[in-house]
Design a protein around this ligand. Structure first.
Ligand SMILES: O=C(O)CCC(=O)C(=O)O
Ligand SMILES: [Fe+2]
Length: 358
């Protein structure tokens, strides 16, 4: 089998180039996203230093005591976009993914993880069995979003966090508009076909933390993130150096291939469900998961097997405006390919799908 590699595209062609270079970037972006659901983007305009810094903030945030993080707890009632801190075990992407498949039941897919101390080593109660997802996260949206406001800790708990995160959010917004514009160009769509539907900053910037896991806790029921597709139009992701991100190989359905950590600034972009809907299924969302790194059993020191190290990642979910249509665009509908998805607003879609994840 040939080595599986997701192409790298250079966004400086689009940012600084003439119309020919812009077209080249746009076409490369489109081709990889259609083929794999994924692409790796470099020179997107967010500096390595800023990316390094957001990982530092993320560590600082998640290392705060649980009772501080609990001040901004997201209540997982399934009805709202997520804001603030979601504790380990509150989300099940396994459920999200199964909900997509007609005729499947989620009755035996319930997260059941208990963090019984603050050592950041998960204590996982296995007695009810199931598919566990060892992850905590923090979510924020655009600062203009007064309907679902962000949740911030007091400055005295983590001084400077809010202003950095708000700044980073804006930078991701600029990159995501660039990517959507390039998609419009490469698909010969009228300008604004995607970007005009993503103006109100319903996007979500998320910090993911996968706590360290004791070697002896590892079992087939445990994963960092179960296979799923994201809900927005596209997702832009930064990962640390631990590894574990895998995407489904579309030529061998059900087989996952690693996306190993690349250079610091590399942004991994994937197609998400809203783009699949807009394109009437022509650009399918990329299925992905995050696995635990391979066993460290052969690395035992004095008979002690080291823990699976913690991991951090930072996705930016680019989302349609709450009142924008997420039904297929007319350009993707023909008599031979009528609309495959019912029309609804971005908020309606988001809430329906989120309700399935909790
Ligand atoms: O941690 C990662 O690399 C991916 C995370 C992810 O898929 C998600 O948060 O939706
Ligand atoms: Fe994801």
């Amino acid at each position: 089998m040939t080595e599986f590699e997701v192409p790298i595209v250079d966004a400086s062609l689009f940012l600084d180039g003439d119309s020919l270079k812009r077209q080249i970037f746009a076409n490369q972006l489109r081709d990889s996203l259609i083929q794999h659901g994924f692409v790796r983007v470099i020179n997107h305009g967010i500096s390595d230093d800023m990316i390094e810094e957001i990982f530092d903030w993320s560590k600082r945030f998640f290392h705060l005591p649980v009772d501080i993080k609990s001040e901004i707890l997201h209540f997982a009632d399934g009805s709202n976009p997520q804001r603030g801190w979601s504790s380990v075990g509150s989300e099940s992407t396994a459920k999200l993914f199964h909900a997509l498949k007609p005729g499947t039941s989620d009755k035996d897919i319930k997260p059941d993880i208990k963090v019984t101390n603050q050592s950041r080593i998960c204590m996982i109660s296995l007695y009810k069995t199931n598919r566990f997802q060892i992850k905590e996260h923090f979510d924020m949206s655009g600062t203009v979003d007064s309907k679902y406001p962000n949740k911030w800790l007091a400055e005295s708990s983590i001084s400077g966090f809010r202003s950095f995160m708000e700044d980073f959010y804006e930078r991701c917004n600029s990159v995501s508009m660039l990517l959507l514009e390039a998609m419009e160009i490469s698909l010969n769509l009228p300008a604004g076909s995607f970007t005009a539907k993503c103006q109100q900053k319903a996007h979500e910037l998320r910090l993911n933390h996968y706590p360290a896991v004791k070697q002896e806790r590892i079992s087939p029921e445990i994963n960092r993130v179960w296979p799923h597709t994201d809900l927005g139009a596209i997702t832009c992701l930064f990962q640390d150096t631990v590894g574990g991100l895998e995407i489904e190989d579309r030529t061998h359905r059900g087989t996952f291939r690693p996306i190993p950590p690349g250079p610091r600034g590399e942004m991994i972009v994937n197609i998400s469900e809203t783009m699949q809907r807009w394109s009437n299924g022509m650009i399918p969302a990329g299925v992905h998961q995050v696995t635990l790194p391979p066993s460290l059993e052969n690395k035992s020191v004095n008979g002690n097997i080291p823990n699976i190290p913690e991991r951090y990642s930072i996705p930016y979910f680019v989302k349609a405006d709450y009142n924008a249509s997420v039904g297929p665009l007319p350009q993707f509908q023909q008599s031979s390919a009528p609309s495959a998805y019912p029309d609804m607003t971005g908020l309606e879609f988001h809430r329906r799908r989120l309700a399935q994840a909790y």
